[in-house]
Design a protein around this ligand. Structure first.
Ligand SMILES: Nc1ncnc2c1ncn2[C@@H]1O[C@H](COP(=O)(O)OP(=O)(O)OP(=O)(O)O)[C@@H](O)[C@H]1O
Length: 237
């Protein structure tokens, strides 16, 4: 049982909660100078199908928060409910299942598998999750403008093309929540705009919730809501 489990609310499932609900989340890192507090009681909620931009200065803890929501790291206290389940109370195996099936990730570095083609990269997560759907893969490939590139390898793609594959790979699983950490941070403005527009279209089509970390107020304005992380807590932007 981790500290997050010990401090979380006792109710494991809350049927009326929004898709994502973060309650009093706390996280510090151990450093040689002592604990570095990063999140000091973060509260956040996101409805199914909603889109939210997470902003804040460099080092304010945006990636830390995203990693906790994606069950990539453990909190020190508080609770994170996804679809009514407090993920802090899950076993490591159940958290791995959540990362595979329920939560999709897109990172600034596209993180494609170099030895796999575009088509194989697109299908990779869905096959792992036992959710490969050839019709959905075909639709994603078309919608993302990747049909002519299916047999290429990542090194033969532009950054924008690679990120479109990464978005498709995450959505091929039909996750309930898509988390993106600066997904356009390595792209020029035109390519970044195109990737975000496609992502928002597909997110709307699948009905999944979308939480995106960005430094760009211009891109954040494309999402329904914006919050800013400051001094360990969130405020509306
Ligand atoms: N594993 C770690 N160990 C110690 N300190 C860490 C660790 N990971 C992050 N930090 C520190 O925690 C703070 C928050 O980092 P985080 O990466 O979450 O910020 P961020 O808002 O995403 O920053 P950026 O916008 O620059 O990506 C920073 O001061 C960072 O140095």
């Amino acid at each position: 049982m981790n500290a997050c489990t010990a401090n979380a609310e006792s109710t494991a499932r809350n049927p009326i909660s929004p898709l994502l609900s973060v309650v009093g989340l706390r996280k510090s890192y151990a450093t040689p100078q002592g604990p570095l507090p990063v999140l000091a009681g973060v509260d956040l909620s996101l409805a199914a199908g909603g889109t939210l931009a997470l902003m804040g200065e460099s080092g304010s803890g945006k990636s830390t928060l995203l990693h906790l929501i994606g069950a990539l790291d453990d909190a020190d206290g508080g609770a994170i409910f996804i679809d009514g389940v407090n993920i802090c109370r899950l076993s490591e195996a159940a958290r791995a299942g959540l990362r595979r099936e329920t939560v999709g990730f897109v990172f600034q570095q596209f993180n494609l598998i170099a030895s796999l083609t575009v088509a194989e990269n697109l299908a990779f997560q869905a096959r792992l999750a036992g959710r490969f759907d050839p019709l959905w893969q075909e639709r994603l490939t078309d919608r993302l403008g990747l049909a002519a590139l299916e047999s290429r390898y990542p090194e033969e793609l532009s950054g924008g093309q690679q990120q479109r594959v990464a978005v498709g790979r995450a959505l091929a699983v039909r996750p309930k929540l898509l988390l993106a950490d600066e997904p356009t941070g390595n792209l020029d403005e035109a390519a970044g705009d195109a990737v975000l527009a496609l992502t928002l279209d597909l997110v709307a089509e699948t009905g999944c919730a979308f939480l995106m970390v960005t430094h760009s107020a211009r891109l954040a304005a494309r999402l329904e809501r914006r919050v800013v992380l400051e001094a360990g807590a969130l405020a509306s932007a």
